[in-house]
Design a protein around this ligand. Structure first.
Ligand code: PLP
Length: 391
């Protein structure tokens, strides 16, 4: 019998994909399913970006590129960071990767080993914990609390640091809560980290362009005091509706960059060349497409929050970022996973249970509003009927 290494017994996955598979199966059986489970923009990639990808293929960009990514794209990333965060980064510190997940994977592989502790947000993107466990390191969840607007708490985070802590993962705006961490919390976190110069920080800013109500996104790149240990994670998946193209980028401190480059050489060689040229068009082109998409998400956010707060025994704080709402369903009396399953099977609405994002997710659901206003309204009506019948 074949036996693979035990690490694979510890690796997890994203339940969003399992929900999607079940939703698709039900739909193929003729059921009318509304999917509020999926974490990707429902808009197509903007036309000029698609055209740039096609042109790159026609122009013969078919081969390997440097593992770090093509220089014009790394330069475009540096310009984007300067435009959005007012910070200078060298293109030589930028690594082009096949999606934001790969930066996460690399950073966790660099610091995760048995005996090491890695702090990560809970509820949070499930791959953080999965990857930490894969390396044999100990995952230390940082509680992300509703009463805190689902922002990171510097005090909570700092209190969990031990002499074994090697890496801290921060995510704002956040999946699954839509929480945005305000500047004063980031200031306090960075100030507290001064006492722990050996702890690296991975800042997942993949939703950095998506904030609402005048809430600003504060990049950790703007703190020079931690630049020598900060790994910045961003990419095109969410901002430019490019999830399937697989394009991410990261900025690394000099001592880590070479290790990341070698991992890229070993794992994937490079991101496909046409995607990289499309990425240049995305970053250097008009950003109106981003503003339009965010404005559309903002309209839907209002619909979702109002609708959720109108459901019996459900409450939902207004998320300030990303495209997720994280309603509290404790008072319905349902366990989140059971409710998720019943909503899909009986009401034809796909959402994700909070526990899929960590132990602190019990009592919550995650709804993605990357779906049309009409579908959102229909889904909420179905949820209202379902809950009213089962009170
Ligand atoms: N980080 C967070 C918080 C996410 O929600 C996601 C995707 O859902 C990613 C990273 C990964 O993005 P990508 O598709 O670029 O790998």
């Amino acid at each position: 019998m074949l036996s693979i290494v035990p690490a694979f017994g510890r690796i997890g996955e994203e339940n969003a994909f399992a929900v999607l598979a079940r939703a698709n199966q039900l739909a193929s059986e003729g059921r009318d399913i509304i999917n509020l489970g999926i974490g990707q923009p429902d808009m197509p990639t903007p036309g000029p970006i698609v055209e740039a990808g096609i042109k790159a293929l026609r122009d013969g960009h078919h081969g390997y590129t440097p593992a770090t990514g093509i220089l014009p794209l790394r330069e475009a990333v540096a310009r984007d960071i300067h435009r959005r965060h007012g910070v200078e980064v060298s293109p030589d510190s930028v690594l082009i990767v096949p999606g934001g997940k790969v930066t996460m994977f690399m950073a966790i592989l660099m610091f995760g080993e048995p005996g090491a502790e890695i702090l990560y947000p809970d509820p949070g993107f499930p791959i953080y914990r999965s990857m930490i466990e894969f390396t044999g390191a100990t995952p230390v969840p940082v509680p992300i609390r509703e009463e805190n607007g689902f922002a990171f708490s510097a005090a909570d985070t700092l209190s969990l640091i031990s002499d074994k802590t090697r890496l801290l993962i921060v995510n704002s705006p956040a999946n699954p809560t839509g929480g945005v961490t305000p500047k004063h919390e980031i200031d306090a976190l960075v100030a507290g980290l001064a006492r722990y110069p050996d702890i690296a920080v991975l800042s997942d800013e993949i939703y950095g362009t998506m904030t609402y109500d005048g809430e600003a996104h504060h990049s950790l790149l703007t703190y020079p005091e931690i630049r020598d240990r900060l790994i910045y994670l961003d990419g095109a998946s969410k901002t430019y509706a490019m999830t399937g193209w697989r394009l991410g980028w990261s900025v690394w401190p000099k001592p880590l960059y070479e290790a990341a480059r070698k991992l890229a050489v070993n794992a994937h060689s490079c991101v496909n060349a046409a995607t990289q040229w499309a990425g240049i068009a995305a970053l250097d082109g008009s950003q109106d497409c981003v503003a339009e998409m965010v404005a559309e998400f903002d309209r839907r956010r209002a619909l979702v929050v109002e609708g959720l707060n109108g459901l019996p025994n459900v409450s939902c704080i207004t998320p300030k970022g990303a495209f997720y709402a994280f309603p509290n369903v404790v008072k319905t009396g349902w366990k989140a996973k059971k409710l998720t399953s019943a909503l899909l099977e009986e009401a034809g609405v796909a959402v994700i249970g909070g526990p899929d994002f960590g132990v602190n997710g019990e009592g919550y659901l995650r709804l993605s509003y990357a779906n049309s206003a009409e579908n959102i309204a229909r889904a909420l009506e179905r949820m209202r009927t379902f809950l009213a019948e089962r009170l």
